[in-house]
Design a protein around this ligand. Sequence first.
Ligand SMILES: NC(=O)c1ccc[n+]([C@@H]2O[C@H](COP(=O)([O-])OP(=O)(O)OC[C@H]3O[C@@H](n4cnc5c(N)ncnc54)[C@H](O)[C@@H]3O)[C@@H](O)[C@H]2O)c1
Length: 252
Amino acid sequence: MKRLEDKVILIAGGGGIGNEMARRYASEGASVVIGDIDAAIATTAARDISEAGGSAIGLELDGSEEDSIAEAVKLTCSRFGGLDGININFTQPNEGDTLDVLGIPMADWDEVTRVNQRGYVLCTRHALPPMIERGGGSIVYTISDAAYLGMSERVGYSMSKAATTALMRHVARRFGRDGIRANAIAPGLIVHEKVEEMMPADFLESSKASTLTGNLGRPSDIAAVAALLMSEDGCHVTGQIINVNGGSLMRP
Ligand SMILES: NC(=O)c1ccc[n+]([C@@H]2O[C@H](COP(=O)([O-])OP(=O)(O)OC[C@H]3O[C@@H](n4cnc5c(N)ncnc54)[C@H](O)[C@@H]3O)[C@@H](O)[C@H]2O)c1
């Protein structure tokens, strides 16, 4: 499928899921720019895509810093002539955020909020003008089922993902008539190298048992849905949260 030919897509935050999104977009014909705070993650993904015949640039990006996202958007537009889509996908890895509301150091809460909420707003503010100028585009936010699971820990992370749904709906309503679609993907557990290293095998087994498909989620499952949302196949989908979790949780 080449649904994304002539499209230019910026991915803010690579890693397990982000790199796979970049690969999928490129395989469907898009030119992609992938940015990560860890430059090596982004440049490696871009190199792999280029070696496979795709069009990609990898760069260092701190999505929580205004100058950094402004620069990434500028470079994307100057190298590829505009912007049709952005995936805002990064997340702040905060160890303190494993604690509950009584235990979490407020400095940790502030940091996850700064990166995951303020950063998502900054990325949105810088991506919207060139997309509107081009006649429209698609924004895909990566949230998490943590937004509504009611977790006993990770309060800052869960709140940031819930807040992103409000941002997404705001953007969808305010800019719909400018041709902008905005949606959020809520992954359930998605297994990639880093997750496999972090999670005990018995946890992964019980997670697998909790899906209705009997499978663990993989980055390619998220990338497939994101590609649809970036393409004209997703032209009537906006303002939505799409759960990609093997049915482990059922909710609109
Ligand atoms: N893997 C899962 O099970 C799962 C489940 C639910 C939601 N999610 C969400 O999916 C998204 C991707 O997660 P993942 O599993 O691929 O994790 P990951 O750790 O592999 O990727 C996250 C990437 O974000 C980068 N990053 C961190 N801070 C950044 C910043 N300020 N600017 C730019 N990049 C930054 C990291 O370097 C990392 O490469 C996240 O938003 C996460 O919350 C993942």
